[in-house]
Structure formats: structure tokens, C-alpha cells
Design a protein around this ligand. Structure first.
Ligand SMILES: [Zn+2]
Length: 274
């Protein structure tokens, strides 16, 4: 719903939200859907606390479109006068090993009392976030605003050997997110004019609403394609099971023949057989 008031008068809408200092201005509804102790939610709370009282706009769980039709899912974007912050939240337990230059990082979990451990591979979150950042840059068409890449790991994880080199990359525990953001903010304060904060957030909001629409259209299209393909094969368009011929045993069509799904009553699809 919030998008409609945004689309009808974006400037007034954004000014209103900034004046009230309301965080999650653009994606407050989405945030409200997060329940319980999800890491993304905790991280976003901590991040917003770091900017409490400042002019800033925070967007959570943002879907942005790529030119090829895919979408990038970004945990949180904050736009402040110290630049943009792009957060990638990782809810991993155990030991974390990783190097900025590697394609994959490793999580090591100790599983039982004998101390046997299992290793899992995860895609390098710094590379993943770099992709998100290039998607954002393409949309905002601004190559000078500093974009800080912040990777947040759960407090239940432990960095055993995590190495990175870029000055605009931060890999932190959830518990130190707020202080890290405050440090970056102090260092870069005043670099982004207030007008740019609004301008960038408006561009991202537009792109995000386009991605929502594209996603929806793609899903509907895909389900229609599946139905058509099943109809062509002569199987149930709803569930793909065989259709069987039945005779109505009651009702005003009693005695008439029809095709029904063989999975009845689990699937109640019927087609009139005329
Ligand atoms: Zn069926």
C-alpha cells in the first residue's frame, strides 16, 4: 500500500518520512512480516540504531532487477549522508574460514560429542555483495557515492581465518554491527548531500517496485505455461496426475460423464466431457 502513496507524490512522501525520522520508510510493511529472531531482522534493528536521529533512509529485503530479468535480493540498504551501506546477513553458526579472493568460504560445524565436524561451502559473501553493489550502481547511475559493503555474521559464528583487503569492505559479527556503522559514519560524514539521499532512494524504490511486478508476472506466466503443457498432455493441469473418466452420482448433472483428477479427493479438478 505504501508504494501507492509514494508513486503519487514521491517528493512529498520521502520528505514526510525523513522529517518524521521514520526508519524502514520504504519497506516497513516487509519488516513487519519478519517475526521472531531472524538474523536479518536483528541486524536491521542494530543498523537502524546506528543511524537513529540522522537523516537516513533504510530499506530492508529489497529486490532489484537485473537487465537480464533476474532479481538481486539485498538484505538491507541504508542511505545516509556518509554514503550508502549495503548489508548482507549470514546466519551461520560455527567456524568461518574465508578469503576475499576465493570463490567459496567454509563453515565448520562440530556435530556431536565425539567432536566430529562437518564442512559446508558458502559462496564468498564479499563477492556476492559486490554483485549487489554493482546492481545498485547501475540503477542509481552514480559512480562516486561511497558504498560500504557490510557482511554481518551471526554471533554464534566465529571467524577462524577471515581475510579481506578492500577498504570499503567490513566483515563483522552482529554484536559489533552498530559500532562498525558508527565508525564508518564518522569517517565519511557529510559526503552525500541530503538531496542525493532522497534522489537515490526514489530511484531504488522505483526499481524495486518494478522488480516486484516482474517477479509476479514471471510467476503467473510460469504457472500458466505449466497448465497449458499439462492440458496438452491430457493430464490434470493442477497437479499433473492422470485424468480419469467418471460419472456424476448426484446433483443436477447426475449420470453425466466428466473427466476428473485421479488423485481425488486430494485434487478436485474436473473437466466437463462434452
Ligand atoms: Zn489433479
Amino acid at each position: 500500500m505504501k508504494f501507492w502513496s509514494f508513486l503519487s507524490n514521491p517528493d512529498k512522501w520521502i520528505r514526510g518520512h525523513i522529517r518524521r525520522g521514520l526508519k524502514h520508510a520504504l519497506f516497513g510493511d516487509v519488516i513487519a512480516e519478519y517475526k521472531g529472531e531472524r538474523g536479518e531482522y536483528k541486524a536491521s534493528k542494530a543498523a537502524d540504531k546506528a543511524f537513529a536521529g540522522y537523516n537516513s533512509i533504510s530499506m530492508c529485503d529489497v529486490y532489484l532487477p537485473w537487465p537480464d530479468g533476474r532479481t538481486a535480493q539485498i538484505d538491507q540498504i541504508i542511505i545516509a549522508d556518509s554514503g550508502m551501506y549495503v548489508l548482507e546477513v549470514k546466519n551461520y553458526k560455527g567456524w568461518i574460514f574465508g578469503d576475499e579472493r576465493n570463490q567459496y568460504w567454509t563453515q565448520v560445524l562440530t556435530t556431536d560429542i565425539r567432536g566430529e565436524s562437518i564442512k559446508n561451502k558458502l559462496y564468498n559473501p564479499i563477492k556476492q555483495n559486490a554483485t549487489h553493489i554493482s546492481c545498485i550502481r547501475r540503477i542509481i547511475r552514480n559512480h562516486t557515492v561511497p558504498i560500504h559493503s557490510v557482511i554481518v555474521f551471526s554471533d554464534e559464528s566465529e571467524f577462524k581465518d577471515v581475510t579481506y583487503y578492500s577498504s570499503d569492505v567490513y566483515v563483522v559479527y552482529q554484536r559489533s554491527l552498530k559500532s562498525t556503522l558508527k565508525d564508518i559514519d564518522t569517517q565519511y560524514k557529510g559526503i552525500l548531500p541530503e538531496g542525493d539521499i532522497q534522489h537515490i532512494s526514489a530511484k531504488l524504490a522505483m526499481a524495486a517496485s518494478r522488480a516486484d511486478k516482474d517477479n509476479h508476472v514471471q510467476k503467473v506466466q510460469a504457472s500458466q505455461d505449466i497448465c497449458k503443457e499439462r492440458e496438452a498432455r491430457g493430464v490434470c493441469p493442477r497437479c499433473g496426475a492422470d485424468l480419469v473418466e467418471r460419472t456424476a452420482k448426484s446433483g443436477h448433472c447426475i449420470g453425466s460423464r466428466f473427466l476428473g483428477c485421479s488423485r481425488y479427493p486430494a485434487c478436485r479438478y474436473i473437466r466437463n466431457n462434452k
